[in-house]
Write a protein that binds this ligand. Structure first.
Ligand SMILES: [Zn+2]
Length: 251
């Protein structure tokens, strides 16, 4: 049985019409930025790495603290995290990999192929890139710090990744067996609860049918909406248990 903590390290304001697919409302929305820490196994497992100061300045981020500092506040040493599961390679999930020097990064094959391949040049996909962080994929692979995975993979007993795609080419979600049942960390397969609960896509998409099928996969894996942890929704703090500022106990 594992314990899961959502660690919030930043916030950003935008509007509903800029974020949701074919949405007309100009209502303000706030994104919370998280990494997730899974304890209770043979060693800690991190999900995603957040970003660093270069993206804070470029993107109008507020209330930033280094994700690695949030992990250390949990009493976990960065040297003791051998595995970091990377949901996808957008800046807010990958550009912080430089903060976690002891980790091997588990990423789907389709995700690595996408960002190092043909479509990397198109502006339509450039908004969420951190080019330096993406360029590091190749030397990290040669240094045996990438674990390129395909499809559904068991990381440890009761802890799995599942490729869903949709938002990005090889987006993967994480399922974790806990005392409250199987919890699903959706990352950006569902940025907000309204994505997965109302089947309303987000605007940033590589494959719309895969995004919709991903909502089905999340709901089927979790079995109960109360075990779904979405990727950027401030509502996570209301649905689960805040312990102190920025630290939410999920299970
Ligand atoms: Zn994101």
């Amino acid at each position: 049985m594992y314990q899961i903590y959502a660690l919030k390290y930043a916030e950003r304001d935008t509007t509903a019409c800029q974020f949701f697919f074919r949405e007309h409302s100009h209502d303000p929305i706030t994104l919370h930025y998280f990494v997730w820490l899974i304890l209770g196994g043979p060693h800690p497992v991190l999900v995603d790495t957040g970003f660093m100061e270069d993206d804070v300045e470029r993107r109008g981020i507020r209330n930033y603290v280094r994700p690695s500092l949030m992990v250390e506040r949990m009493g976990v040493k960065l040297a003791d995290i051998p595995i970091a599961l990377i949901s996808h390679l957008h800046y807010d999930h990958w550009a912080g990999h430089r903060l976690f020097p002891a980790s091997e990064f588990w990423i789907q094959k389709d995700e690595v192929a996408f960002w190092t391949g043909r479509f990397g040049r198109y502006e339509a996909f450039s908004q969420s890139q951190n080019v330096g962080a993406l360029a590091n994929l190749v030397p990290l692979n040669y240094a045996q710090r990438l674990r390129i995975v395909e499809g559904e993979v068991e990381v440890l007993p009761g802890l799995r990744v599942h490729r869903v795609g949709g938002h990005t080419a090889g987006l993967q979600i994480v399922s974790v067996e806990t005392a409250r049942g199987r919890v699903v960390l959706t990352s950006d397969a569902a940025h907000f609860y309204r994505n997965v609960e109302r089947y309303q896509p987000t605007q940033i998409i590589t494959n719309l049918p895969e995004m919709l099928a991903g909502f089905d996969t999340i709901n089927a894996l979790a079995g109960d909406p109360a075990r779904v942890v979405t990727g950027h929704d401030p509502e996570v703090a209301a649905r689960f248990k805040p312990l102190e500022p920025g630290i939410i106990q999920v299970a």
